[in-house]
Design a protein around this ligand. Structure first.
Ligand SMILES: NC(=O)c1ccc[n+]([C@@H]2O[C@H](COP(=O)([O-])OP(=O)(O)OC[C@H]3O[C@@H](n4cnc5c(N)ncnc54)[C@H](O)[C@@H]3O)[C@@H](O)[C@H]2O)c1
Length: 336
């Protein structure tokens, strides 16, 4: 299939492009580089030995995107492009609503006009809000605690409404848990701007001494060691989940929703210890106040994705720590 990958120069997009190319799909990347560098696309080309068509374009730009649809004739779309920082979304909510929702509307309009009937959307475990029961199944109640999460919830509803009146479309909503790690080559990985919001790039930046110590937000949660528990999934496993979801769409399945997680939760301290083992010294950290809005525990029930698309995570926590550290060591300044 020929797949439009929006946000394909970003963290999850780059890893997914590699999996798609290895599965013999043809890809075209559209990214406005607001949170990525063109070097990331060159690295995908290096790993896959494949030339990748790339358009630096804002997905919210309808006319610009229409030209690309006319030229490329896609069979499917994977929509990663979006703003993704929870704290930033609280500060600039309108930009989050405008970017994340308008980009999706533009893609759906064009998908309809040009009959591109397979659509994969990057949703998030954040749509489960503060879960009342664990593990989280796809039927668990939905809610949002911040503007970023609300954009994901709204887009999920938009996709449901779109599907209702366009039932020949196939749509996969993938709810990611916490992707970490990097491609084993060490050529691509997560390259956040400024001080990372996510735990693992923060840990690896402390490990290379770019930052002095790690702040652990709260050790008084009702968990085994008091720190927050999340379901961390290797980004290459997550990437493979997209290929499996596309295979499902080829069977004309209509609209499907899957959790992509491992089903296992690790605490912040367990992550720090796993990384300390991999880097060979103790990573310094300090306990600070809880971050408003953070929840105690979140992990997936991955059964549905296993039963319906054969998805099962292959990498363990040690692999995730090893690969994240390998990327950070080889690229202390990210893609610069
Ligand atoms: N990383 C996570 O922890 C996580 C968890 C759950 C869901 N997600 C979702 O997965 C998707 C990809 O996340 P990521 O971690 O790879 O983020 P990322 O920021 O690395 O990648 C997103 C890419 O989209 C591009 N982009 C943003 N707005 C755009 C626009 N209007 N037009 C064109 N390009 C645009 C950015 O430049 C970036 O390259 C996002 O939708 C995110 O919300 C991420």
């Amino acid at each position: 299939m020929k797949i439009l990958v929006t946000g394909g120069a970003g963290y999850i997009g780059t890893h997914t492009c590699i999996e798609l190319i290895q599965a013999n799909d043809e890809i075209v990347i559209v990214d406005n580089l607001s949170n990525a560098k063109y070097e990331a696309v060159k690295r995908i080309e290096q790993i896959t030995e494949t030339k990748i068509p790339f358009y630096q374009m804002d997905v919210c730009n309808y006319n610009g995107m229409e030209q690309i649809f006319k030229e490329e004739k896609f069979d499917g779309i994977i929509h990663f492009a979006g703003l993704k920082s929870v704290p930033e979304s609280v500060k600039i909510p309108l930009q989050y609503y405008a970017n994340n929702i308008n980009s999706t509307l533009v893609l759906l309009e064009l998908a309809k006009k040009y009959h591109v009937k397979n659509f994969v959307f990057s949703s998030s475990a954040t749509v489960y809000g503060n879960p009342q029961t664990l593990p989280i199944t796809e039927d668990s109640p939905l809610s949002a605690t911040n503007p970023y999460g609300r954009t994901k919830l709204f887009i999920e509803s938009i996709l449901q409404d779109f599907y209702t009146c366009n039932p020949t479309f196939n749509i996969a909503i993938l709810r990611y848990f916490n992707p970490i790690g990097a491609h084993p080559s060490g050529l691509i990985g997560e390259d956040p701007n400024g001080i990372p919001n996510n735990l693992v790039p923060y840990v690896t930046q402390v490990a290379i001494k770019k930052l002095p110590y790690l702040k652990v937000n709260g050790n008084d949660y009702p968990t085994k060691d008091g720190t927050g528990i999340r379901d961390y999934i290797h980004v290459c496993d997550l990437a493979r989940g997209h290929v499996l979801a596309l295979n499902k769409l080829k069977t004309n399945c209509g609209l499907v929703i899957y959790n992509l997680g491992t089903g296992t939760g690790y605490s912040v301290l367990e992550i720090i210890h796993a990384f300390s083992k991999v880097v060979g010294f103790d990573i310094p950290y300090q306990i600070v106040a809880r971050r408003p809005g953070d929840i105690a525990t979140c992990y997936a029930d991955p059964t549905k994705a296993y039963q319906e698309i054969g998805f099962k995570a292959k990498y363990n926590l040690n692999d995730m720590a090893r690969d994240a550290w390998n990327w950070q060591k080889k690229n202390p300044k990210g893609y610069e």
